[in-house]
Design a protein around this ligand. Structure first.
Ligand code: ZN
Length: 150
């Protein structure tokens, strides 16, 4: 990865960690799932507002490390307006990007999420980045209980 690209990615992560987007309780949420990553101590509650198959609003609350906060902040921005199928496809692409062995990352498919591609070099941080997505996956499957990455 080019150095300036890496710096730009770090800036985006810092920015989302300092000013998380959609950081609020959603009182009229249709789906609410808690996610926990015991490895790092990241905790979040994800809220979704649905219109049929479509995610019309997403928000979260919780506390965690910079990577987990940036990841869930970016995710709530990106899944808004997506259908369940589209969000599921993004989850798979993101999972592949952060855990896969492929050198090539399809930047067009992941968009802004590419800023988190660097975690694949730090296996201990992968779960911080994927916690938000595992929680989203549970919410889309309409599971109400909390999920844990362990
Ligand atoms: Zn973490």
């Amino acid at each position: 990865m080019f150095e300036d690209l890496r710096e730009l990615y770090q800036e985006v992560i810092f920015d989302h960690n300092r000013n998380p987007r959609n950081f609020r309780v959603m009182d009229d949420a249709d789906r609410k799932v808690e996610g926990f990553n015991p490895l790092c101590g990241d905790r979040l509650t994800l809220y979704l507002k649905m219109d049929g198959e479509k995610i019309i609003d997403a928000s979260f609350q919780g506390s965690g490390c910079a990577i987990s906060t940036a990841s869930v902040s970016l995710m709530t921005e990106i899944v808004k307006g997506k259908t369940e199928t589209e969000a599921d496809a993004l989850f798979k692409t993101f999972h592949e990007m952060t855990t896969g062995k492929d050198e090539q990352i399809n930047l067009e498919a992941v968009g802004k999420l590419a800023v988190l591609a660097g975690v694949r070099e730090y296996p201990a941080r992968v779960k911080c980045a994927t916690l938000a997505w595992h929680t989203l996956d549970a919410a889309l499957k309409n599971q109400h209980e909390s999920i844990s990455t362990e």
